[in-house]
Design a protein. Structure first.
Lengths: 112, 113
């Protein structure tokens, strides 16, 4: 099963961009890259997903390497509300079974 | 309000006493799933259900049962809880397995003594 690795923690200053990396060197051709985040004392929350092309939505941008072995979640202007644990996960939507594995994630601290 | 609800939110119980954690969604979602979260291990999938009457094992199903008799509910059953099942449990749902956005419930913190 494809797995992801992320740094344990990162820090950012408020109102600056944040680049959260994720490595997934064993990704298969049909694995979608998903990002979720978990605010303190809450359930995870969907952020963004992509397959091959870069993606933008109101929350963030997702940059996917050309070989798809890594990706980066970009928060364009970090706010204090963005302090959370960010999870990068792979999910193959073309298999008959479903396996969703969240790793330990990256704990993002935002400094005022 | 569209949401996933879980009950109870907190539970302390003793080894061997059967318990059920309920999960309900009001979004007419076909796909539902249970996760447990433990320090340093992230979230691990316990069971999932692609539709009514269809359930399957996730990564860590041992010691758990589920049922999906109706679309909105997906209870998690611990027939004989043990201390290693002390954890934070999350239920999630999505329109379907092929829809990428899962909506998570608020969590149930379970302690088994």
């Amino acid at each position: 099963d494809a797995k992801t690795t992320q740094p344990n923690s990162m820090e950012s200053n408020e109102e600056e961009p944040v680049h959260l990396p994720c490595n997934h060197s064993t990704i298969s051709g049909t694995d979608y890259i998903h990002w979720y985040r978990q605010l303190p004392s809450q359930g995870p929350e969907y952020v963004i997903h992509g397959l091959t092309s870069n993606v933008n939505n109101r929350m963030a941008s997702l940059a996917i390497a050309e070989d798809r072995k890594s990706s980066t979640l970009i928060l364009h202007r970090a706010t204090l509300r963005d302090a959370a644990v960010y999870y990068c996960i792979l999910r193959d939507l073309e298999t008959s079974y479903d396996k969703v594995i969240f790793g330990p994630g990256t704990s993002l601290s935002v400094i005022p | 309000e569209a949401q996933v609800t879980q009950n109870p939110r907190y539970l302390i119980t003793v080894t061997g006493k059967k318990l059920t954690v309920t999960c309900s969604q009001n979004m007419n979602h076909e796909y539902m799933s249970w996760y447990r979260q433990d320090p340093g291990l992230g979230l691990r999938q316990i069971y999932y259900s692609m539709n009514v009457e269809v359930t399957d094992k996730g990564d860590v199903p041992e010691g758990y049962k589920v049922s999906r008799k109706e679309k909105r509910n997906f209870p998690l059953i611990l027939e004989s809880p043990s201390p290693n099942q002390t954890s934070l449990y999350f239920c999630a749902s999505s329109l379907g397995r092929d829809y990428n956005e899962q909506f998570f419930g608020p969590g149930t913190r379970l302690t088994v003594l």
